[in-house]
Design a protein around this ligand. Structure first.
Ligand code: GLP
Length: 243
């Protein structure tokens, strides 16, 4: 069953995630956090960083795995998800960068990179708490509609809509926007022990309603959360407006 929490603001949602994550780190100092890019988790990372510094929580052993990465983009590129995770999570929290992995989008090795990544997550003992955003079409990670609900980490083609949505990060120049990505599969995501999905704004209302109240279907990847024993969806009133 999915628990729904309706909040007034992204900051309030961020504080709920931060409290839950800080408690996890205290209980299990070498816990494994599942990390996501996008704008939705930013207030949550900020709230967690504030709590970590205010309460002096030791994060030196915390490990992390990101959901996805562009294929064929230099990890040093400012818009790579490696750079984004460093900027928004690793640096503000003061995590050990060597303990935070991002899927390897290098085209020379990408054929095996998914299997290698899923094995690394398994070897780490699995993800304890996975944070998720949601696309307007219900995608999670880069699992677009039609993705197998049992999928592992693999290379995927980005849809035209997702490339258009993300062009703003590449000088609005479609030629610079990658065409492929490597993403944790829906099956990979479901293996995390706890899932927290954040969605804000009216643009997400349809996807949230379909995910939470619609049937479980690969055409709405986030509907897979209904199969998870410990999933929480935190939304503001606008994103909850179709529930
Ligand atoms: C991208 C990311 C997703 C993210 C989605 C929504 O497609 N791969 O992980 O959830 O964008 O982004 P935002 O939170 O900015 O709306």
């Amino acid at each position: 069953m999915t628990e729904i929490i309706i909040v007034k603001s992204q900051e309030e949602a961020g504080k709920i995630y931060a409290r839950c994550t800080a408690d996890l780190i205290r209980r299990k100092p070498d816990c494994v956090l599942g990390l996501a890019t996008g704008s939705s988790p930013l207030a949550a990372y900020q709230a967690l960083a504030d709590l970590v510094h205010k309460e002096g929580i030791d994060v030196s052993q915390v490990r992390g795995f990101a959901l996805d990465e562009y294929a064929g983009l230099d990890p040093a590129h400012p818009q790579s998800y490696r750079s984004t995770i460093n900027r928004t999570v690793v640096e503000p929290l003061g995590l050990d960068p060597a303990k935070v992995q991002v899927p390897n989008g290098n085209l020379d090795t990408i054929k095996d990179a998914g299997r290698v990544y899923d094995q690394a997550i398994k070897d780490a003992g699995g993800v304890d708490l996975q944070i998720l955003g949601i696309g307007t079409d219900g995608h999670i990670g880069f699992n677009e509609p039609g993705s197998s609900l049992a999928s592992g980490t693999r290379i995927k083609t980005l849809t035209e809509q997702t490339r258009i949505d993300n062009a703003r990060f590449f000088d609005n120049d479609m030629d610079q926007v990658p065409t492929h990505c490597i993403t944790q599969g829906i099956g990979t995501i479901l293996k995390a022990r706890q899932l927290v999905l954040l969605a804000f704004g009216a643009g997400k209302a349809e996807a949230v309603a379909e995910s939470v109240e619609g049937g479980i279907s690969s055409f709405c990847p986030a509907s897979a959360l209904q199969m998870h024993p410990h999933a929480t969806v935190i939304v503001d009133e606008a994103a909850a407006s179709r529930l």
